[in-house]
Write a protein that binds this ligand. Structure first.
Ligand code: SF4
Ligand code: SF4
Length: 192
């Protein structure tokens, strides 16, 4: 009898406990800032075109060979509106084969691809998760807004500039230290 009551109490306490799991997909837990979703292409809002120049480095380096694309001449370059001579024409990633390794982001020299927050693209068809250029750019723009994205090369340049600006202050400290050392020596000499 006592054990039965004890069991019921345990059941009751568990029933009333705050759940530690979410009823996905009805409930969604907030994403962490550093969460990696599918890769997405970024958009250069200043020029009004993708950052991607279609160099195909990411396509060659992708370990699952799930990317493909084509490079075309950039009409905006001919009109003097863009510094990119070439631009991406078509791009496709089969997200069903993507393992979210991030290598494509690592190897891109043009700030053109990022691991977005998108992670809920599901489809019944085996190849239903092939995403094309417009969709990859939509995902990228959404990610850029969500994360207040700054192109990584600009970020690196800003950090380098800040380090350079800080350098004279450090160098400036050296003469002061030398002067201090000089004062100490003079004091010692006068004491002697
Ligand atoms: S995303 Fe980057 S590495 Fe891939 S094709 Fe575009 S510019 Fe080249
Ligand atoms: S994250 Fe990895 S597997 Fe996915 S597209 Fe990029 S390189 Fe390929």
């Amino acid at each position: 009898m006592f054990n039965a009551l004890k069991g019921m109490l345990v059941t009751l306490s568990t029933t009333l406990r705050k759940p530690v799991t979410a009823q996905y997909p009805k409930q969604h837990l907030p994403l962490q800032e550093r969460q990696w979703g599918f890769p997405a292409l970024t958009w250069d809002g200043e020029v009004g075109e993708p950052y991607c120049v279609g160099c195909m480095v990411c396509v060659r380096m992708c370990p699952t060979q799930c990317m493909s694309g084509t490079m075309v001449d950039n009409p905006k370059h001919a009109e003097g509106e863009s510094t990119r001579r070439k631009i991406i024409g078509d791009f496709e990633i089969n997200l069903g084969r993507c393992i979210l390794c991030g290598i494509c982001v690592e190897v891109c020299n043009f700030d053109a691809i990022e691991m977005s927050h998108e992670h809920e693209i599901s489809h019944y068809a085996r190849n239903g998760r092939r995403v094309d250029l417009p969709m990859l750019l939509d995902m990228g723009v959404k990610y850029q807004h969500e994360s207040n994205w700054i192109p990584p090369t600009k970020k690196k340049a800003a950090v380098a500039a800040a380090a350079k600006a800080a350098a004279p202050a450090v160098e400036g400290g050296a003469p002061a230290a030398e002067a201090e050392a000089g004062e100490d020596t003079a004091e010692k000499e006068s004491e002697a």
